[in-house]
Design a binder for this molecule. Structure first.
Ligand code: MRU
Length: 371
């Protein structure tokens, strides 16, 4: 991902002080680009819970780095491994839907068990670095495989722009770099394909207008912001060629939990004969469950996210209340799109049907291990 023309990642170790991990405070985008220091594992937990960082892969990476910070804090204690494992349990409770959190913590737990107490911090730093590097390669793989779908549409349209519709932010900001749903778009741009993205605003937290639109603009990708309810209308009028979204958890049979409203886009796409693809790293597959509607926990968040809107007034960031105080509010953060509405899944290993056979065909070992 570029910002003001420079490549960067979403989480990194402080260049002068390796005991500090740095992130972008995504709550302030697009108006302010502010980086924040994580010094303790509790800083990491707060960053996840209060959504300074968000997006399934970045949540997992932040949790991993938080355990490294816990190990620094516990260095020299006899029970440092136990202390770090307690931090892992607390981090796991920060956000319930995105499976990458559990995936990253389980991977770190194995490393903690295997490490000697005196090497704990450096071992956890190395593992966190690996998780981030691997995530970049995974996004690159998704980009390459998703590119073929965009190329096919571009060939059919004989040079007319390919119109992609996306929901929420499944971009570089949700991962370490490139994103999942945005990776094929960035790869298509690099190939010189004329591509245009319809960006769903994505209420209530506006990840579309505040994050996706920002990163597309920084990377010179033509895009147009729309309200969440506009997608169906655009599809009816032939203005969407393909829907590309991310996912926070995918069941072994291909049901997908993603930001609230994704399901409605899939319904509209099906009604209009438009391909609906979900881009995902294999780290987002929960091989232990098969029924997304029954088994994926859906996070409910603070009603204030619905009633209050944050924006810029003059040169100040401010928040305003838009709802009568007696009105009851519910705030479901995710919904489940059943596999039957999904045209295909784009992974780092290829594109497959949204089905158990499709996923197991691409990831036979993972499917066997937890089958
Ligand atoms: O609540 P958020 O902002 O963490 O939700 C993020 C999403 O729903 C993304 O689409 C999903 O994590 C996929 S990101 C590669």
């Amino acid at each position: 991902m570029k910002r003001t023309g420079e490549q960067f990642r979403t989480i990194w170790q402080h260049p002068e002080n390796p005991a500090i991990v740095q992130i972008i405070d995504q709550r302030k985008l697009p108006h302010e680009y502010v980086t924040t220091d994580l010094v303790t594992w509790q800083d990491g937990a707060t960053a996840i819970q209060e959504m300074l960082v968000r997006g399934a892969p970045l949540i997992g990476a932040t949790a991993a780095w938080s355990l490294y910070l816990a190990a620094i804090d516990a260095a020299g204690n006899d029970d440092n491994k136990a202390t770090v494992l307690t931090a892992a349990d607390a981090l796991e409770a920060t956000r319930p839907t995105a499976i990458n959190l559990r995936w990253a913590l389980d991977r770190m737990r194995k490393v903690i068990e295997a490490s000697t107490p005196d090497k704990l911090a450096e071992t956890l730093a190395a593992e966190s670095r690996d998780i981030c590097d691997e995530d970049v390669e995974i996004s690159r793989g998704i980009g390459q495989h998703g590119l073929t779908l965009i190329e096919e549409i571009a060939a059919r349209k004989k040079g007319e722009p390919v119109n992609v519709l996306t929901h929420c932010n499944a971009g570089s900001l949700a991962t370490i770099n490139y994103g999942t749903a945005t990776a094929p778009v960035y790869f298509a741009m690099a190939r010189g394909i004329d591509v245009h993205v319809w960006v769903d605003e994505t209420r209530p937290r506006n990840q579309g207008s505040q994050l996706t639109a920002w990163e597309l603009a920084e990377n010179d990708v033509p895009h147009t912001l729309i309200v969440d309810n506009a997608g169906g209308h655009l599809m009816q009028h032939g203005q969407v060629d393909i829907c590309l979204t991310g996912t926070d958890r995918t069941t072994r049979n291909g049901d997908v939990a993603n930001k609230i409203g994704t399901y409605l886009k899939a319904l509209a796409a099906r009604d209009n004969g438009i391909p609906f693809y979900v881009a995902l790293p294999s780290t987002t597959i929960d091989w232990t469950i098969t029924d997304g509607l029954k088994n994926i926990p859906i996070e409910e968040r603070d009603p204030n996210e619905v009633s209050h809107i944050c924006g810029r007034a003059g040169d100040q960031l401010c928040t305003v209340d838009t709802v009568a105080s007696k009105t009851r509010i519910s705030n479901y953060a995710f919904d489940v799109t059943p596999a039957r509405l999904i045209t295909g899944l784009i992974t780092e290993c290829g594109v497959c049907d949204a089905s158990e056979d499709g996923l197991a065909g691409l990831f036979p070992e993972l499917a066997r291990k937890t089958g």
